[in-house]
Write a protein that binds this ligand. Structure first.
Ligand SMILES: [Fe+2]
Ligand SMILES: [Fe+2]
Length: 286
């Protein structure tokens, strides 16, 4: 019965006319990038034809997302700095930025700072994992956008109850909608034809032990990293969140991570971002 209900919800959600999709232009570029012999200049020329896409890519690269320090003014420069293999990731990240930030600024800020924190952790702790993990983190809550399009009233209720009663939001999404955003995010990314290394950690980032054990396969480290970083950023932002379970952290060999240290680091990052935002507001009002 429970499964049948979920099948029906999935059918309704995946049939929505406002399901977030990649733009025709990005899909075309992705197809071009599937050819391993495609010349870099051909891809750059194709992206340069869409100046709004170029502007969004430069905005992301200059935001500090890729730890690029110098100011980047052209697409050629951006590609030279982040590397040609990252073009696919740049296009996806830009699309995700448009979908999330255009709809829910709070989800975007959490996704963005979680993604930067994840990069810092894997660089400093020298963790070997999927090369796409930073992008996976950036899109981990994309299912919230789908749920809010699907049933905005129930989604808002889940969000408000989560804040009022300090209960993790995903539990209230199950109560009010019948499914949580992590699972829905997995459905969406399947429709986008992404790979298991991204779909599995996102689908499982709020699952219980049994479900993770049955489905995680090769992506246990990525699943655990998503949960750890999500926990740290949510806690630093004052959102209700469950701590990552010990067995998962151990199974992923991440039990050496000092969560308290990274939590304090994230608190400082968020405080300095808030400070910069205030200064910018004052500067623009003068
Ligand atoms: Fe989540
Ligand atoms: Fe999250």
């Amino acid at each position: 019965m429970k499964n049948l209900k979920k099948i029906l919800i999935k059918r309704k959600i995946m049939g929505m006319t406002d399901l977030p999709m990649l733009s025709g232009n990005v899909v075309q570029l992705m197809r071009m990038l599937k050819d391993p012999g495609v010349p870099v200049s051909k891809v750059i020329d194709a992206i340069n034809k869409d100046q709004s896409l170029v502007a969004q890519i430069l905005k992301l690269v200059n935001s500090g997302y890729y730890s690029v320090r110098s100011k980047v003014n052209t697409l050629d420069h951006a590609v030279a700095l982040v590397g040609f293999v990252k073009i696919w990731e740049l296009l996806m990240s830009t699309s995700v930025m448009n979908i999330i930030s255009g709809k829910e600024q709070n989800i975007w800020l959490h996704s963005y700072t979680s993604s930067v924190l994840l990069r810092e952790i894997i660089e400093e702790e020298k963790i070997q994992c999927s090369a796409k993990i930073q992008l996976t983190m950036l899109m981990h809550d994309i299912g919230k956008i789908v749920l809010s399009n699907f049933n905005s009233k129930a989604y808002r209720k889940a969000n408000e109850e989560s804040i009022e009663n300090a209960i993790p939001q995903y539990k209230l999404e199950i109560k009010h909608i019948g499914v949580h955003h992590a699972e829905v995010g997995g459905w969406l990314l399947q429709a986008w034809e992404l790979e298991d290394e991204q779909i599995i950690p996102i689908s499982l980032h709020h699952s219980e032990k049994e479900e993770i054990e049955a489905n995680v396969s090769d992506w246990i480290k990525e699943t655990a990293l998503l949960r750890i970083v999500d926990y740290i950023d949510c806690k630093a932002r004052g959102f209700a969140v469950d701590p990552p379970c010990d067995w998962l952290v151990k199974a992923a060999e991440l039990d050496g991570l000092d969560l308290e240290k990274w939590y304090m680091h994230q608190q400082e990052t968020l405080a300095s971002l808030e400070e910069t935002a205030k200064e910018n507001m004052v500067a623009s009002s003068q």
